[in-house]
Design a protein around this ligand. Structure first.
Ligand code: FPP
Length: 264
């Protein structure tokens, strides 16, 4: 008899019982898209969609933690969001984030979740940076799921930053003749170096793009796109994505056939 983690609702528990406990992804990342469309369909301002988006974040984080994922990474604000959205919307999103990082702390404590951030956060408003540092510190001792928020994040700039970081590390460690560039060393300088390999990327609201999100890390990840808009997405949808993930055959460029001479 399988043990169903406590905290799942009836529908989640039913889906969970259909999953293979040995094939759970360790690291799931989500491109949370469709807040604006959700609001538009209801003749509401875009910010109403973002507000509902926070409720979805709460639901998904809770379920992800309940089912024992090691890492959940959420694309909260892309670098492009900052340059291409009206200042009033950016201001609202920053206020939402500032409030989120305080209001959701009890959830992080209850679920033993450690908060982490990726992206060029030094470009965010000062009070947001301070709140981020505070929330990170408050959860630093937690040992459960790592929840990473990508803020002012862009994958290409991450790769540029990783290259600079490698060069600086070599310069400070005996000189550039010690610079060693290979996949493993570059990986160690990515923002995500503390996280397990990415297994699954979910994108809501139907667009078939990675939008400059975790391009390096996505090399062998499965991609799951759903038409569901982010404010409608919840723990059941997360489990549906994991179910689909488990039905895929991951080959990492190999053949995944029995090796010659093996009996099965
Ligand atoms: C995409 O919807 C969503 C965003 C740009 C922001 C994501 C923010 C949230 C989910 C809420 C805040 C999150 C935290 C963690 C505080 P969109 O506006 O691009 O939607 P559209 O494509 O339908 O216009």
């Amino acid at each position: 008899m399988r043990t169903i983690p406590s905290g799942l609702d009836r529908k989640e528990a039913e889906l969970y019982s259909q999953l293979d406990p040995h094939q759970f992804p360790k690291h799931v990342a989500i491109i949370m898209d469709g807040n604006g469309r959700w609001a538009k369909r209801r003749h509401l301002p875009r910010i109403a969609g973002h507000r509902r988006g926070v409720d979805s974040v709460r639901k998904v984080v809770t379920t992800a933690s309940n089912i024992g994922l090691s890492a959940l990474t959420l694309y909260a604000f892309s670098a492009e969001n900052f340059t291409r959205r009206p200042p009033t919307e950016i201001h609202f999103l920053m206020k939402l984030l500032h409030r989120y990082l305080k209001n959701e702390l009890p959830l992080m404590h209850r679920n033993n979740i450690r908060l982490s951030f990726i992206g060029r956060s030094h470009m965010l408003p000062q009070e947001v940076q301070e709140r981020m540092a505070w929330a990170k510190e408050q959860t630093a001792h937690h040992t459960g799921m790592v929840m990473t928020l990508a803020l002012n994040y862009g994958s290409r700039s991450e790769i540029v930053d990783a290259c600079k970081s490698m060069v600086n590390a070599a310069a400070n460690n005996g000189g550039l003749e010690h610079l060693k560039i290979d996949e493993e060393s570059l990986n160690r300088h990515m923002y995500t170096s503390n996280l397990p390999d990415l297994d699954l990327i979910i994108r809501t609201s139907g667009e078939m793009r990675l939008s400059n999100f975790l391009l390096w890390q996505a090399a062998y990840a499965e991609i799951y796109v759903t038409k569901t808009l982010w404010p409608d997405f919840n723990g059941v949808h997360l489990l549906e994505a994991i179910k689909e993930y488990q039905s895929r055959e991951r080959r990492y460029g190999g053949l995944n056939e029995p090796s010659p001479g093996s009996s099965n």
